[in-house]
Design a protein around this ligand. Structure first.
Ligand SMILES: [Zn+2]
Ligand SMILES: [Zn+2]
Length: 89
């Protein structure tokens, strides 16, 4: 009984929310109270990665956040005149 419920959940959760691929090895990402489902990391990055507000690159590493703005690194934050850089580790 428990086992069939778990299987049903897995089937329901399998479809990637970016490309719609129904892949058996899909995975979930829990972020800010929401659950996202992806079939691969490139889809997860496409959906989840913040964009650097200076150079527009997708931030796949840690990045830096300054007063609610995201940058790929301290260089871009400083280029935008931000001070008090906070490392999110
Ligand atoms: Zn996908
Ligand atoms: Zn940047």
């Amino acid at each position: 009984m428990l086992r069939s419920a778990a299987l049903r959940t897995m089937r329901r959760m399998a479809r990637c929310e970016v490309c719609g691929n129904d892949y058996g090895m899909s995975f979930e990402v829990h972020a800010q109270g929401a659950v996202h489902v992806f079939d691969c990391f490139s889809c997860a990055i496409h959906r989840m990665a913040p964009i650097c507000e200076h150079c527009r690159v997708q931030i796949i590493g840690q990045g830096v956040e300054v007063q609610g703005h995201w940058y790929c690194g301290g260089h871009c934050a400083r280029a935008e005149g931000r001070t008090g850089i906070v490392d999110k580790v």
